[in-house]
Structure formats: C-alpha cells, structure tokens
Design a protein around this ligand. Structure first.
Ligand code: PAF
Length: 277
C-alpha cells in the first residue's frame, strides 16, 4: 500500500482516503464522492475496509460486526474508488497474541466524555488504527462522517498534535427517508426496533425546536428529552450531551449553535447521532 501511495505521489496525484469498517452504505459512498471532489479526476481515491479489533470493548460486537466484502467491492467500483485496501488482523497487528501490539496513540482531551465514557478503550483503538492507516495510505485528504462527531474531532486533534500532513474533511450525516442516521449497525435492528430508532433524530429535532426562541438550561433539556425518548418503549438512553462543537466542553445553557449528541440502546444495539442545534 505504501509503495502504491508513493508511486501516486511521484506522479503528482493527490491521494484521498476514506477509512471504513466495511458493510458500506450510501453514507460511505457520499464520503467517497467527497474524497473524489477533493483530489480531482486524476487523483487517487483509497477506501480501507478493516474491522479494527482494538476499538471494540470486551463485551461489544466485534465478532458479529456485519461483513460483506463482495458487495462492498461492487459499491466501491461503482463509486469510482481506485484502490480498496483490506488488510488482515496479522498484517495490522503482527506478533504473538501476548505481545500483539505495544504502541498506541491516544488523544487525551476530546476523547474523555460521551463515547469515551461509555466505551473507555474505544478512541485509543481508533486513533491507533487511523494513525497506522495514515502511515500506510499516505493520504493528502482523509474524509470522515459527521455521524461520528466526537471521532472526527479526536482525529482532527491527533492530526494537529502529531503533525500529520493530512487535511481532514468531515462530511454530513446521510439519513434514511425517516431521518435515521445511516450506520452499518442499523442492520442489527429488528423491524420493531428499526421503527422506533427514529427517536434519536426526533430528539435532535425536538431540541432544535426547543431552543429556537430562547436558551434552555441543559438540565431542563436533558429531563425533557429523557422523557421524550420513553415514547419509544424499546429505547434505553445511554447519554445525551450538550456541548461546544469546537472544544466539546459541556454547556449549561442550550441555545442555537450548541452541539447535541446522544447514544441510545435498542436491545444490544447501540446507536448514536448528533446535530448542531
Ligand atoms: O468510523 C469508522 O468506521 C472507524 O472508527 C474507523 C475510522 C474506520 C477506524 O477503524
């Protein structure tokens, strides 16, 4: 992969990169189009497909994470991807089980709350694998989805702090017609859960509407939205946070421009979404 990337560099082609864990959907395709837009028609667009074990907690869905490489490759071809990079576990984390990997990259400011609280080892796995992928793919531009808002912020910060010469682009969340944010994990939902999963989007809309006229104390908004979510009986709220979109620090007053993020369980499936209110 590095050899190929260097060849493209020498030819003067820009490399656009979309890291994924596969089981692609229209949201990923929109990231590929964004990458193509950034590098131009003579640029080189790389998609990686790698279900990264280090970003899953011990009781999470690593073993059942959905995979369909054949379908992913067809989608990548149709979207005009130049190379799909599909490293294996031993290639990414060589060595014996007990000393599989000794070097980690961890961002220690923006990865603390929200996903970082609910999934304590998650971001260390993400920043480690993304740093490795950046060193393998040598991109000029890398595109991430806004659905994983905190992930994008953490990666931007890592790139800045470690001087990766890479432009990070964050592309808007792609939604199903009813508003549910597209995610590979939506596949886990049974029909009843799927119907109720739109509550995440409705909660974001309700919060936006609620602050249109006046600022609302975060504690009040949290109470109202927690009650709102019980309208979906299968939903179990993990967290709702209101914060500054740049620093990710929680705010006391929710107003237009505040970022809201939430995580909700449906059975074992955990969904996230966020919006600028
Ligand atoms: O967003 C994802 O799919 C993953 O966290 C990423 C960025 C591909 C790293 O494994």
């Amino acid at each position: 992969m590095q050899k190929l990337a260097r060849q493209q560099n020498r030819k003067g082609s820009k490399i656009g990169f979309v890291p994924t864990m596969g089981y692609l959907h229209a949201g990923h395709v929109s990231l590929v189009h964004e990458a193509r837009k950034r590098v131009g028609k003579n640029g080189f667009v790389v998609v990686s497909i790698y279900v990264n074990p280090t970003q899953f907690g011990p009781n999470e869905d690593l073993s059942r994470y959905p995979r369909d490489l054949k379908r992913d490759l067809t989608m990548c071809r149709a979207a005009g991807v130049n190379v799909v990079f599909t490293p294996s576990d031993p290639e990414m984390y060589p060595g014996k089980q007990e000393n599989r990997h000794c070097t980690y990259v961890s961002e220690e400011c923006l990865s603390r709350g929200m996903e970082g609280s609910s999934r304590p080892t998650h971001f260390r796995g993400v920043t480690t694998v993304v740093a490795k992928l950046f060193n393998l793919v040598l991109p000029d531009v890398a595109v991430f989805g806004q659905k994983d808002f905190q992930q994008a912020a953490v990666i931007r910060r890592m790139v800045r702090d470690l001087n990766f010469p890479i432009r990070i682009v964050v592309a808007p969340t792609h939604r199903e017609p009813d508003g549910l944010a597209m995610s590979s994990r939506n596949k886990y939902l049974n029909p009843e859960e799927r119907a109720q999963a739109v509550i995440l989007f409705h909660a974001l809309q309700a919060a936006s509407a609620g602050v249109r006229k006046k600022a609302v104390p975060a504690s009040q908004m949290l109470k109202d939205l927690s009650a709102f979510i019980t309208v979906a009986p299968l939903a179990r709220l993990d967290y709702i946070e209101f914060f500054d979109p740049e620093t990710l620090t929680p705010v006391d007053k929710v107003k237009p421009g505040t970022q809201m993020a939430l995580a909700v369980f449906f059975g074992k499936t955990r969904l996230i979404d966020n919006a600028r209110l």
